[in-house]
Design a binder for this molecule. Structure first.
Ligand SMILES: [Cu+2]
Length: 99
């Protein structure tokens, strides 16, 4: 019984690690329009984000780490997570291309 419980806990931890980023407040999906390396932002046309009550829109969003900017290109469809930075507001915590 204890072994089964441990396996369950391990499986749950793995699932949580892959699907949930603990600090994320919301996630979104959109298309990258432009990348601004100097500002550390992407201009993105994103779908509605119900968790933030944001309608679909086109906006600049800062990335938490500029290294993320080299992983995406203009025109790509991406999914992303958002965290709230005390000074910068909502920032992209992670970003992945969607095929
Ligand atoms: Cu927006």
């Amino acid at each position: 019984m204890k072994k089964a419980l441990n396996i369950f806990i391990a499986a749950f931890a793995m699932l949580a690690a892959f699907s949930l980023h603990a600090a994320d407040i919301a996630s979104g999906k959109g298309t990258i329009n432009t990348i601004n390396n100097d500002a550390g932002t992407v201009n993105i046309s994103h779908e509605a984000i119900p968790a933030l009550k944001w309608p679909a829109m086109t906006m600049d969003i800062k990335v938490a780490d500029r290294k993320m900017l080299s992983a995406v290109k203009s025109g790509q469809t991406v999914s992303f997570g958002l965290t709230k930075d005390p000074t910068a507001g909502y920032v992209i915590s992670h970003i992945e291309t969607v095929k």
